[in-house]
Design a protein around this ligand. Structure first.
Ligand code: NDP
Ligand code: OXD
Length: 309
């Protein structure tokens, strides 16, 4: 019995070393090197090449090395009836919460404007906003969204959240279902997308949704590029309905150099690095699931294949 690591971002050796350290006796292979395919029972993957999981006749579990699993469902060749697991990790959640806080603080205190002014030797004070006067709306109140909501509330923001099923998060006003979306958006100043990418949520950040937000609201997309309709965002920024956007994720990554987001004055970009699986923190849950797999126990952090997240 063995594990194969499949990823294309140059981090196979890092993951192999970390997995091996956790279980020195275990056989762990890189998919890029010759390996006995019939021995593989678990594939630890991140944005694998489509079709690569079809080579393992005895595969019993697909373990995503990240929280999002949309890339797995976009591969029509994945084995149909084996469990898929994902990462649920306190650092993945707190790193995301810290990223979102940093973006909002920089925006309400005008740091991005001042950076540009500094380059232009321009001394031009701007009115700033106070935390207590700002309402943050978080779409998706799962592992990352609920911690982000709780943390922003602790800092003093007004926080509201929207999800599929109703949530109860201390001090946070919660909405659920499509009918309540407009009510949620009407009072949101900063909209944070932390939804999984599924057929239901694809393209959710579109002109119809933007029209429900108050004028001058700000978009933070840290979930997936597929949630956003790029042209609709550009249109609403250019006609001054939205004041700006901070994007960490894109339809294509890295974003092609010709894409208008790069040079847009109202868009702040980060390179899909808001929150990253820390091997030291997440390897124990992958190893625990490996032990569960080979001893026939129920796996942790399983993805619901019907829901797609
Ligand atoms: P979870 O699966 O824990 O939470 C998803 C939330 O979205 C749940 O509250 C769920 O509602 C809600 N949701 C799902 N579908 C709908 C819908 N159709 N309408 C309304 N609400 C919906 O995900 P995580 O919090 O772990 O992660 C969220 C996403 O963040 C990931 O899928 C990934 O794409 C992204 N991510 C980005 C990173 C980055 O660095 N930029 C890093 C890590 C993750 P309910 O609870 O009712 O099911
Ligand atoms: C994830 C990510 O889903 O890094 O974990 O985007």
């Amino acid at each position: 019995m063995a594990i194969v690591i499949i990823r294309q971002d140059g981090k196979i050796d890092l993951w192999k070393k970390a997995l091996q350290k956790a279980n020195p006796g275990l056989k762990i292979y890189s998919y890029l090197k010759e390996h006995p395919k019939e021995d593989i029972v678990m594939a630890v993957i991140w944005k694998h090449p489509k079709g690569s999981l079809a080579h393992y006749p005895n595969l019993k579990c697909i373990a995503s090395a990240g929280a999002g699993v949309d890339y797995i469902f976009s591969d029509p060749t994945i084995p149909e009836d084996i469990p898929i697991t994902r990462i649920v990790d306190p650092y993945l959640a707190s790193d995301m919460s810290e990223h979102v806080l940093a973006v909002i603080l920089a925006e309400i205190k005008n740091f991005n404007i001042y950076k540009v002014q500094q380059f232009n030797t321009d001394w031009n004070p701007k009115i700033y906003r106070r935390i207590k006067d700002v309402t943050i709306g978080i779409m998706g109140l799962g592992e990352l969204g609920s911690l982000t909501a709780t943390d922003l509330k602790k800092v003093g923001f007004n926080v509201q959240g929207w999800s599929k099923s109703k949530k109860n998060i201390g001090g946070v006003k919660t909405y659920s279902g499509t009918k309540s979306l407009e009510l949620f958006l009407n009072t949101t100043h900063f909209l944070v997308c932390l939804l999984p990418l599924t057929p239901e949520t694809e393209g959710v950040l579109d002109k119809k949704l933007f029209a429900m937000l108050p004028k001058d609201s700000y978009i933070i997309n840290v979930a997936r590029g597929g949630h956003l309709v790029d042209e609709d965002l550009l249109h609403e920024l250019d006609n001054n309905h939205l004041s700006g956007a901070c994007l960490d994720v894109y339809h294509q990554e890295p974003l092609p150099k010709s894409h208008p987001f790069w040079k847009h004055p109202k868009i702040f970009m980060t390179p899909h690095y808001a929150s990253v699986s820390d091997t030291n923190s997440v390897i124990p849950q992958i190893m625990d699931n490996y032990e569960r797999l080979i001893t026939g126990k129920t796996l942790q952090n399983q993805v619901n294949r019907t829901k797609g997240y």
